[in-house]
Design a binder for this molecule. Structure first.
Ligand SMILES: O=P(O)(O)OC[C@H]1O[C@H](OP(=O)(O)OP(=O)(O)O)[C@H](O)[C@@H]1O
Ligand SMILES: O=c1cc[nH]c(=O)[nH]1
Ligand SMILES: [Mg+2]
Length: 209
C-alpha cells in the first residue's frame, strides 16, 4: 500500500491557515497556493538521487554531489491543479508538464475528462500529479488511471488538503502511489466537500464563484 506523508513544515501549516480562511481573496489565495506548492516541492524532492562530482574550489579539489538528472513530470489536474504548477517549477525548472482536465459532477461527484495532453516520454519520468483537493478521490484516481493507461510507471500525488475517504480510494485503486498532503482533514460533508477544507479550490483561485 502507498504511504501518506503529511508535510507538516511550519511554513506550510502557517500559509495553509490563510488559504483556508474564507476572508482571503483571490489574489492572496493564488499567491499562497503558489508559495505552498513551492514549499511542498522542497519536501517532495528529498528523495532525488545524487551523483558524485569532483570540482575545484578556490582552495582545493573537492568530491561533491549534484543531481543525477532524474526526469520529472508534473501533471496538474485542470483547473485547480494549475495553481500549483509555477511553485513546483521554481524548484524543479527542468520538469515537463502534462495536463489532465477533469471536472467533478456536482450531483454524482464522478469525474469527467475533457482534456489530456502529456509529454511523449511519461514512461521514463517520475510523475507528480497536482491537485489542491483530494476529496472523494475520484478525480485523482481517474487521472492516475489515465496516466497508467498511457504508460506511466512511477506516480506520486501531491495535494494541499486531503480527506480520509480520498486517501482510502487512492490506497485501494493505486497501492503503488504515495500521497503527499499539506493537511489530512476530518471527512467529507454531504455535498462531497472536505471539512474543514478550504471550499472550492478552483473557484477561489480564479474568482468564479
Ligand atoms: O476528489 P474529488 O471528489 O474528485 O474532488 C476533488 C476535485 O474537485 C475539484 O475540481 P473541480 O471538479 O471543482 O474542477 P475545477 O478544478 O475545474 O474547479 C478539485 O480541484 C479536484 O480535482
Ligand atoms: O472540498 C472540496 C472538494 C472538492 N473540490 C474542491 O475544490 N473542494
Ligand atoms: Mg472546482
Amino acid at each position: 500500500m502507498g504511504q501518506v506523508h503529511v508535510l507538516d513544515h511550519p511554513l506550510i501549516q502557517h500559509k495553509l491557515t490563510y488559504i483556508r480562511d474564507k476572508d482571503t481573496g483571490t489574489k492572496e489565495f493564488r499567491e499562497l497556493v503558489d508559495e505552498v506548492a513551492m514549499l511542498m516541492a522542497f519536501e517532495i524532492t528529498r528523495n532525488l538521487p545524487l551523483q558524485e562530482k569532483t570540482i575545484e574550489t578556490p582552495v582545493m579539489e573537492a568530491d561533491t554531489q549534484v543531481l543525477a538528472g532524474k526526469k520529472i513530470g508534473l501533471v496538474p489536474i485542470i483547473r485547480a491543479g494549475l495553481g500549483m504548477v509555477d511553485g513546483m517549477l521554481k524548484l524543479i525548472p527542468a520538469a515537463k508538464v502534462g495536463h489532465v482536465g477533469l471536472y467533478r459532477d456536482p450531483e454524482t461527484l464522478k469525474p469527467h475528462e475533457y482534456y489530456t495532453k502529456l509529454p511523449s516520454d511519461i514512461a521514463e519520468r517520475e510523475l507528480i500529479v497536482l491537485d489542491p483537493m483530494l476529496a472523494t478521490g475520484g478525480s485523482a484516481s481517474e487521472a492516475i488511471h489515465l496516466l497508467k493507461k498511457r504508460g506511466a510507471k512511477q506516480i506520486r500525488l501531491m495535494c494541499l488538503v486531503g480527506a480520509p475517504e480520498g486517501v482510502d480510494v487512492i490506497h485501494n485503486e493505486h497501492p503503488d502511489v504515495d500521497i503527499y498532503l499539506g493537511a489530512l482533514d476530518d471527512q467529507l460533508n454531504d455535498d462531497g466537500f472536505i471539512i474543514p477544507g478550504l471550499g472550492d479550490a478552483g473557484d477561489r483561485l480564479y474568482g468564479t464563484k
